[in-house]
Design a protein around this ligand. Structure first.
Ligand SMILES: [Zn+2]
Ligand SMILES: [Zn+2]
Length: 151
């Protein structure tokens, strides 16, 4: 596949303001737990599961529960601050990036990380999809991550 645009500067969400302005605009409360979850998601280069977010956030906010983390993640998704990536029966993963980017998903450990490549829209528009009108696309490479290749 030749038609791939390369983006070298990933635009991470602005972290300084945190989640508060968007949460409040969406009519939802900003809580220390929700901010901690958002900041963790915005600071990692992969897309963790709720469990992984919980284990990381617990180090900073010791009294947080897994249920609180699940709720915080759902609130972030419903407020447009994160998206939920689902893979059949496997645990969902969470992504705060809203700019065009692609994913590399490891078939062994399930880890999903960002790739700074996006198929060229012109090339995508040439695809024939009889009976289906597509309004967008996601590009995902699947394979084995560096850790799993060593193992
Ligand atoms: Zn892996
Ligand atoms: Zn992503």
């Amino acid at each position: 596949m030749a038609a791939v645009e390369r983006h070298t500067t990933p635009s991470r969400p602005r972290r300084a303001a945190g989640a508060r302005p968007t949460l409040e605009a969406a009519g939802r409360r900003s809580t220390p737990q929700r901010e901690a979850v958002y900041r963790y998601l915005a600071g990692v280069d992969h897309h963790p599961t709720a469990e992984e977010v919980y284990l990381a956030v617990k180090r900073r906010v010791p009294r947080v529960s897994l249920a609180t983390v699940y709720t915080a993640l759902e609130v972030l998704v419903r407020s447009g601050l994160a998206s939920k990536l689902t893979y059949g029966d496997a645990a969902a993963r969470y992504d705060v990036r809203t700019d065009a980017h692609s994913h590399a998903r490891c078939l062994v450990c399930g880890r999903v990380r960002d790739l700074e490549i996006v198929p060229e829209a012109g090339w995508v528009r040439t695809l024939r999809t009889p009976g289906f009108e597509f309004t967008g696309f996601r590009f995902e490479l699947i394979g084995r991550c560096a850790t799993c290749r060593r193992g």
